[in-house]
Design a protein around this ligand. Structure first.
Ligand code: DLZ
Length: 156
């Protein structure tokens, strides 16, 4: 059983983000979950000094479109890091596996080829409860974790 709290981190190891600019692409599918991921992500970026004008949020219909959205953001030289936020929940067909594999491979490829780091905030869950647990519930918020990673990678 998972125990790691996604919102816990060593605050002393997070650089100041006041001069950094972030792009966030968030999926509308499972929007209750992705909205909570976005809230966590933005508030953690701001907690570390990022100013709201330097946090640019764009939505895409589903997680598969996160690849295109992230790619477009990396073409804009203004971002120090790009974060993708999405949630895929297993259904009755193998669609879940194709989406998870497609997004993961697409974002990994982009990350290796783009000069802007991309942070992978895709929840891949067996059911809605697992998604709730990781978007501000029992296991913290993946959005918080992504914000901290984005700041560290922007500094990198
Ligand atoms: C089609 C689909 C399904 C079944 N499930 C999800 C999901 O759980 N999470 C998600 O973000 N998107 C889902 N989608 C939509 C696909 O990501 C994509 O938007 C469509 O296949 C159109 O390209």
């Amino acid at each position: 059983m998972a125990t790691k709290n996604l919102s816990e981190y060593n605050i002393a190891k997070v650089p100041d983000a006041s001069n950094m600019c972030f792009g966030i692409v968030v999926s509308e599918w499972n929007d209750e979950i992705t909205g909570a991921l976005l809230d966590g992500c933005v508030s953690t970026l701001e907690k570390h000094g990022a100013i709201p004008e330097n946090i640019h949020v764009k939505t895409v219909p589903g997680s598969f479109e996160l690849i295109y959205g992230a790619h477009q953001m990396t073409l804009n030289d203004g971002f120090d890091a790009v974060i993708i936020l999405g949630c895929v929940i297993r259904g009755e067909t193998p669609h879940f596996d194709y989406i998870c594999q497609g997004v993961t491979a697409g974002i990994a490829r982009l990350n290796a080829t783009s000069h802007t780091p991309i942070v992978y905030g895709l929840l891949t869950c067996e059911n809605e409860q697992q998604a709730k647990d990781r978007s501000g519930g029992r296991l913290g918020n993946k959005g918080d974790e992504c914000a901290v990673v984005a700041i560290k990678m922007a500094k990198f």
